[in-house]
Design a protein around this ligand. Structure first.
Ligand code: OOG
Ligand code: NI
Length: 468
C-alpha cells in the first residue's frame, strides 16, 4: 500500500484476504480445501516445468496463492446498482452477461473483476453476481410478497455507502478509511443464521424455487462459495474424499487436455445449516437452509470468438448424447464422450495460435533483443517465433461459463429442479438496473494480446506501423 493512501487494487487485495478469512472461519471445509489445493499446486509446479515457466512469464505465480472467486445472489435492481459502486472501489467492474433462465435458474448475472493486466496480476479476485428475475415468479401474490420483503431490506451498512461516495470523489481512500471500508463491506457478505421471514413464508418461497428462498429470506446476500484456483483439478477431485469432502460427480467444462482451455470446475455439496425463522423471538421456529458450498477451478487459455464457437458446439453435441449425472450413464461415460468429442479441438499451443482459436501474450526473448541491436530480424510474427525471438504464452480466461455455472447451481439445488423458463434475455433490463453496460470479455482479451505484441515488437526494434 503506497504511503497514507489506498488505491482500488490495494483495497481489493485487503478485501479478498478478509473475505477468505471470514469464510474459512464460517465454513471449515473451505480451509481443508485450501490446504489440498496448495499441496496439489506445489506438486504440479515441481513436475510441470513448462507450466511453471509460462506462469512466471505472465507474472501469475505470485497471484496463485490469493486467487479466488466468490458468488452472491441479489434481490433488487437497487442492490445491483449499489454493489457495482461498492465493487468499483475495489477495482472490480462488470464483465459479461450470463442469462441463466434458459437453464432453469431464475437469475441473470455478471462477473465483477479487475480488467487490466496489472490489476489482474496484483489480485484477480472476482465475484459472480446474480440478480433475481422477479418477473419469472408465476404466482402473482407471491411475487408481490417477494417485492415487499426485498424493498424493506438494506444490505449495505450506511457507512460503506458513505465511503463509496468518498472514493467516487477522490478515486482513493486513506489507509484507515480503506480498512474501515473492508470491515463495513464484509457485513454485506456475512452469513445470517436468523431468517427475516417466518417458516411458512420460507416454505412458500422454497416451493417456488430453492434459489428464491435463498435470495429473499435473509438480511443480506451471503457469499455462497469461495473458489481457489488449482493447477490440476483432477488431482484435487481425486484427493477430496481422503480429506472428508465429497465432490459432485463430474467436472464441468472442457475435458482434461495437454493445453487447458477456458475453465474446469467442480464443487461439493451445500452445507445444511441451522436457521432461526420468524420475526419475534416468541414465534421463532428452528429449521435449516442449504446455501453454502465449496468449489475449485482450473483456468486455461482464453478462447477467441472462433474458439468459443467450437467449444460451445462440441459441448452441446456431447450433452445431446449424454447428460452428466444421468442415471444410466456414470461419470466415466460422460467424461469419455466429452474427451472423444474434443479430439477435434487442437491441443497444441502452436495450432491454437495459428488457427486463431485462443489469445496469447507475446514477449521478446533475450535472443530477440540481442539480435534487434544487430538489425538482423526476420519480418513476420510467425518468423520471429520460429527464430526464437518472440515467445507467446496463454492469456488466462478470467471469466465464467454459463453451462458450467448452471451445473454448479443445479448440483446444489438438487436434481429435482430442472425446469426451464421461457424468458426473453433480460440484458437490457440488467444493464439498466446495474446503471452501466457490462464489458465485453473478448474485447478485453484482444486488447491485452495486441498491447503485448506491440510492446514486444518495440523491444525487437520494430515500430507498431510495420505490423499494423
Ligand atoms: C453462482 C454459480 C456460478 C461459477 O463458478 O460458475 C459460479 C451461484 O451459485 O450463485 O459461481
Ligand atoms: Ni463458482
Amino acid at each position: 500500500m503506497a504511503g497514507q493512501h489506498a488505491l482500488a487494487d490495494d483495497i481489493r487485495d485487503l478485501f479478498s484476504r478478509a473475505m477468505s478469512d471470514m469464510y474459512r472461519a464460517e465454513v471449515p471445509q473451505y480451509g481443508t480445501l485450501l490446504e489440498l489445493v496448495a499441496d496439489v499446486n506445489a506438486q504440479t509446479l515441481r513436475t510441470d516445468t513448462n507450466l511453471r515457466a509460462s506462469l512466471e512469464q505472465n507474472g501469475e505465480i505470485e497471484r496463485l496463492d490469493v486467487e479466488r472467486h466468490g458468488a452472491i445472489r441479489l434481490g433488487t435492481a437497487r442492490e445491483l446498482f449499489n454493489i457495482r459502486r461498492v465493487f468499483a472501489v475495489m477495482g472490480m467492474h462488470p464483465v459479461g452477461y450470463y442469462d441463466l433462465s434458459v437453464v432453469g435458474v431464475p437469475v441473470h448475472s455478471t462477473a465483477f473483476r479487475p480488467i487490466t493486466d496489472e490489476a489482474l496480476r496484483r489480485n484477480p479476485f472476482r465475484v459472480f453476481t446474480s440478480l433475481l428475475r422477479i418477473e419469472l415468479i408465476e404466482d402473482r401474490a407471491l411475487r408481490g410478497e417477494v417485492e415487499a420483503i426485498l424493498a424493506a431490506r438494506q444490505i449495505f451498512t450506511p457507512r460503506v455507502l458513505e465511503l463509496v461516495v468518498v472514493f467516487e470523489a477522490e478515486r482513493r481512500l486513506t489507509r484507515p478509511q480503506a480498512e474501515e471500508f473492508v470491515r463495513e463491506a464484509l457485513e454485506t457478505f456475512r452469513w445470517h443464521s436468523n431468517a427475516t421471514v417466518d417458516f411458512g413464508t420460507y416454505r412458500k418461497l422454497h416451493r417456488a424455487h430453492r434459489l428464491i428462498a435463498d435470495i429473499v429470506s435473509f438480511k443480506g446476500p451471503h457469499i455462497n462459495h469461495l473458489t481457489p484456483r488449482t493447477l490440476d483439478i483432477d488431482a484435487v477431485q481425486a484427493g477430496m474424499p481422503q480429506r472428508g469432502i465429497v465432490p459432485k460427480a463430474v467436472i464441468e467444462g472442457p475435458p482434461r487436455r495437454k493445453c487447458p482451455i477456458l475453465l474446469r470446475q467442480t464443487s461439493f455439496k451445500a452445507l445444511e445449516e441451522p436457521i432461526t425463522f420468524g420475526g419475534s423471538a416468541s414465534e421463532a421456529t428452528a429449521g435449516t437452509h442449504t446455501a453454502r458450498f465449496g468449489e475449485i477451478e482450473q483456468r486455461g487459455v482464453a478462447l477467441t470468438a472462433k474458439g468459443r464457437r467450437l467449444y460451445d458446439e462440441l459441448l452441446a453435441s456431447v450433452r445431446r448424447n449424454v447428460q452428466p449425472g444421468a442415471a444410466d450413464s456414470g461419470p466415466a461415460t460422460y467424461e469419455d464422450v466429452l474427451s472423444k468429442s474434443f479430439d477435434s479441438f487442437p491441443d497444441e499451443w502452436t495450432e491454437l495460435r495459428s488457427n486463431g482459436l485462443a489469445f496469447f501474450r507475446y514477449s521478446a526473448t533475450e535472443a530477440g533483443v540481442v539480435s534487434a541491436r544487430r538489425g538482423t530480424l526476420a519480418a513476420t510474427v510467425d518468423e520471429l517465433i520460429a527464430d526464437g525471438f518472440l515467445r507467446f504464452d496463454a492469456i488466462i480466461y478470467e471469466d465464467f461459463l454459463p453451462v458450467s455455472a448452471a451445473g454448479i447451481f443445479q448440483s446444489n439445488l438438487g436434481t429435482d429442479e430442472q425446469k426451464s423458463y421461457a424468458a426473453q434475455s433480460g440484458r437490457v433490463q440488467f444493464e439498466a438496473a446495474l446503471g452501466s453496460v457490462v464489458k465485453d470479455e473478448l474485447e478485453l482479451y484482444a486488447q491485452a494480446e495486441k498491447a503485448s505484441l506491440k510492446h514486444a515488437l518495440e523491444q525487437l526494434g520494430f515500430s507498431q506501423i510495420a505490423f499494423a
